[in-house]
Design a protein around this ligand. Structure first.
Ligand code: ADP
Ligand code: MG
Length: 246
């Protein structure tokens, strides 16, 4: 089976000091990977490298078996960038229109047809915001907007969801519901890479954990991460971190 992401010895610097150093990491189809690490540890940078936003200084990255620089199947990836759920957005679009944008890769230069409309309705149902379809995206709460972004990825029939701190600013109840949604998408076979600042929650929900602080301190199943010293080593001190877990 082709891996979804394969990174080998990847190093990347914005300036002099590497933000990501010597990272070797494979994400298999169907994985639910939690990517954790302190602020500024290179999580967003690593995700950007995986998705081809940045080109590594050295090392090799493949996405679905293709060198990321040559990868052209963008519709296979649903990406929710950091902070996107608390930006209200200035574009006057409805939720439905926003989700429909996820179909553009399929529509090409053709017209939107019934299949596209069905895919949009289905995606809205899956994330349980069908009743908000005709609202302006900017009028939604952070948690609802986050569902709209996921719906857009689902409408595009993405098989990788990459989410960068999607639960920041979302209340605990909505966050639990959101995690349950991710679980069921993952059960349907969608690969998930989730950057999450709440370690307690992510170790409970994700099946794999990658713990980063410029270098990779741990990559393996969640249970072995909890038992390892990686957390302490990467963060410097566990006590402050564990305060946030539930
Ligand atoms: P995280 O997502 O774990 O908080 P980032 O990947 O955003 O970490 O950042 C890793 C390091 O790279 C930090 O030291 C940050 O200041 C630096 N960095 C991030 N983006 C840029 C940029 N565009 N230009 C220069 N330095 C950056
Ligand atoms: Mg970040």
């Amino acid at each position: 089976m082709t891996a979804v992401v394969e990174m080998e010895d990847v190093t990347f610097s914005y300036g002099e000091t590497p933000a990501v150093r010597d990272v070797t990491l494979t994400v298999e189809q169907g994985d639910f990977l939690g990517l954790v690490g302190p602020n500024g540890s290179g999580k967003t940078t690593l995700l950007h490298l995986m998705l081809g936003v940045h080109t590594p200084d050295s090392g090799r990255i493949e996405l679905f078996g293709t060198p990321v620089s040559e990868f052209e199947e963008g519709e296979r990836i649903g990406y929710v960038s950091q902070g996107s759920t608390d930006r209200s957005g200035t574009m006057p679009v409805t939720v439905r229109e926003s989700v429909l944008m996820g179909r553009f890769a399929h529509v090409g230069y053709g017209r939107i047809d019934d299949e596209d409309r069905r895919a949009v309705d289905e995606a809205l149902e899956t994330v349980a915001i069908a009743d908000l379809a005709d609202r302006q995206l900017s009028q939604l709460s952070g948690g609802q907007r986050q569902r709209a972004y996921i719906a857009r990825a689902l409408a595009s029939e993405a098989d990788l969801l990459a989410l960068d701190e999607p639960t920041v600013g979302v209340d605990a109840e909505s966050r639990d519901a959101f995690y349950s949604l991710l679980d069921s998408l993952n059960e349907d076979g969608i690969t998930i890479i989730l950057i999450e600042h709440d370690i307690g929650v992510v170790t409970e929900r994700a099946d794999h954990i990658a713990c980063l602080n410029t270098e990779l301190y741990h990559h393996g199943d969640s249970a072995s991460f909890v038992e390892s010293d990686a957390l302490e080593e990467a963060y410097g001190s566990t006590s402050r971190v564990l305060e946030h877990s539930h």
